[in-house]
Design a protein around this ligand. Structure first.
Ligand code: HEC
Length: 141
């Protein structure tokens, strides 16, 4: 596992994202995750926006509550969300409607790790992250 995440970091750090995040940089990040997924599993079918959407809306039981990514980020990632516990507003996740998204690989990785652990109890795979970004790129058009 340690070996895997360092490979991931090396691959990700070779990505030079511009300070100004936009759809193109989110696409680059998705492509990078796709390449990593392929590297881990040569049978990987490539990214799937449908899988990404299923992942986003899938409900899991956490401490007796039904929670999905969509619980805080709403069922449409192009819309503003709201934290289910604190009630604080969350800016849209979609890079299509929020050009501040996916500007920093470190921040994206940190958020993925935290949220994936919170919701599914482990970090997400490169395939899941790539699918998720592929899905975000289809929203808000
Ligand atoms: C309990 C509420 C909550 C849930 C559930 C949740 N998130 Fe988040 N998410 C947040 C908050 C709060 C932020 C940070 C505020 C911000 O970036 O606007 C955030 C930010 C993010 C970001 C940051 C994007 C960037 O610009 O770096 C990603 C990616 C993300 N969430 C993905 C997910 C995924 C995938 C799931 C489901 C596995 C999920 N979130 C579930 C509340 C939540």
């Amino acid at each position: 596992m340690r070996k895997l995440s360092s490979t991931l970091l090396i691959l990700l750090s070779s990505l030079s994202l511009s300070a100004q995040a936009d759809v193109a940089t989110a696409q680059k990040l998705a492509d990078k995750y796709a390449a990593i997924a392929q590297h881990i599993d040569p049978q990987s079918p490539g990214l799937s926006a449908e899988e990404g959407q299923a992942f986003f809306t899938r409900e899991l039981t956490i401490k007796g509550k039904q929670v999905a990514c969509a619980s805080c980020h709403t069922s449409n990632p192009a819309d503003s969300g709201k934290h289910i516990v604190t009630g604080k507003p969350i800016r849209p996740l979609s890079p299509v409607t929020n050009d501040k998204r996916f500007g920093s690989v470190e921040k994206v990785e940190k958020n993925f790790t935290k949220h994936c652990n919170d919701i599914i109890g482990r970090d997400c795979t490169a395939q899941e992250k790539g699918n998720f970004i592929a899905y975000l790129l289809t929203t808000g058009k």
